[in-house]
Design a binder for this molecule. Structure first.
Ligand SMILES: [Zn+2]
Length: 80
């Protein structure tokens, strides 16, 4: 088997598992992706994740850590 085909196969497996990891770890809702717990605990984010609008959660029911990204309603001081 030629080397470039092996590299391509390894690369696509790595990319697929990375996408799967991101898909299961990042979500747009607050509830747990694994068990659906609607009241997860807030945890500290790594510094890299502070660059994007996100919140880190830890599910007390199943132990899953995940991120909620984007579309986070922010309270503004401008109330009319
Ligand atoms: Zn959970």
């Amino acid at each position: 088997m030629p080397l470039h085909l092996i590299l391509l196969a390894v690369g696509s497996v790595v990319m697929a598992s990375l996408l799967l990891y991101l898909f299961r770890t990042i979500r747009f809702k607050k509830s747990c992706p694994t068990c659906g717990n609607p009241y997860p605990d807030r945890i500290a984010r790594p510094k890299l994740m502070k660059l994007v609008p996100s919140k880190a959660y830890h599910c007390a029911a199943c132990g899953k850590k995940y991120y909620q990204v984007g579309l986070i309603a922010k309270r503004t001081s401008l109330s009319i």
